[in-house]
Design a protein around this ligand. Structure first.
Ligand code: APR
Length: 230
């Protein structure tokens, strides 16, 4: 039973050098998300969008997991079968830190998707929108990332885990993007103890019982230590 459900956002990967979206000089202060993170933007200029994700995939490949990613992997190892990470991030740093029960609700940079037949395969370092699909050969390749206006992945599994959690934590997310921003209130209604770990209060801080503010590489390992059997 997934006793502990942990939602993560860009803030957990900030100290790995991947930046965030809405902080000062965040991604959405340098790109118009309508151009690079919507189906309409992709339809308008597939080359621009594909190159945007090629750049993010290259950054991700050069980044390393940080102490916060490793602390969550340690928690999962110490409490087998009781920890689920639901990440909004499309980087693979949780997995590279050793976490196994990870749901990427906004998709993954390291995955490619065929817009024609829905086939998925490991993304090449550099993708072009005319790459033929390995399954149906259609030249309809797109990043396997959930864009604004699209439905996040695995929502039924996530809703079930949130409803049954005893502890719900949110780490490094501003609480500005739904449905993820609503998970804390759902968990609280279902009786979970809710903890927010972030650099500063998020838009949904009041939904949490406890708050630990500071850099993730400091507050996450300290929090995990309080949960691990001594
Ligand atoms: N340690 C902990 N938290 C941090 C750190 C850090 N070193 N640096 C930044 N933060 C916090 C910020 O205070 C902010 O609250 O991380 C949060 C990042 O917020 P956003 O940039 O909005 O990122 P996120 O919440 O993950 O965005 C959600 O929006 O654009 C979409 O799909 C995209 O998954 C993304 C979603």
């Amino acid at each position: 039973m997934m006793r502990i459900v942990i939602l993560t956002g860009a803030g957990i990967s900030a100290e790995s050098g991947l930046g965030t979206f809405r902080d000062k000089d965040g991604l959405w202060t340098r790109y118009d998300l309508n151009d690079v993170a919507t189906p309409q933007g992709f339809a308008r200029n597939p080359r621009l969008v594909t190159e945007f994700y090629n750049a993010r995939r290259a950054n991700c490949a050069q980044a390393e997991p940080n102490a916060a990613h490793y602390a969550l992997a340690r928690l999962e190892t110490a409490l087998p079968g009781q920890v689920l990470i639901v990440t909004q991030n499309v980087d693979d740093l949780h997995q590279r830190a050793g976490a196994r029960a990870v749901i990427q609700m906004h998709g993954a940079l390291m995955s490619a998707l065929c817009a024609a037949c829905g086939h998925r395969w490991p993304a090449p370092p550099v993708m072009t929108e005319t790459d033929p699909c390995p399954a149906c050969a259609a030249p309809r390749t797109r990043p396997d990332v959930v864009w604004f206006g699209e439905v996040p992945y695995h929502m039924d599994t996530i809703a079930d885990a949130v409803a049954r959690a005893e502890i719900f934590a949110a780490i490094g997310t501003s609480g500005q993007v739904w449905p993820a921003a609503g998970f804390a209130a759902e968990a609280r209604r279902a009786g979970a103890h809710c903890v927010e770990l972030n650099l500063e209060p998020s838009e949904v801080s009041r939904a949490f019982h406890a708050h630990h503010y500071g850099p993730a590489t400091q507050v996450v390992p300290a929090w995990v230590d309080t949960l691990l059997p001594t």
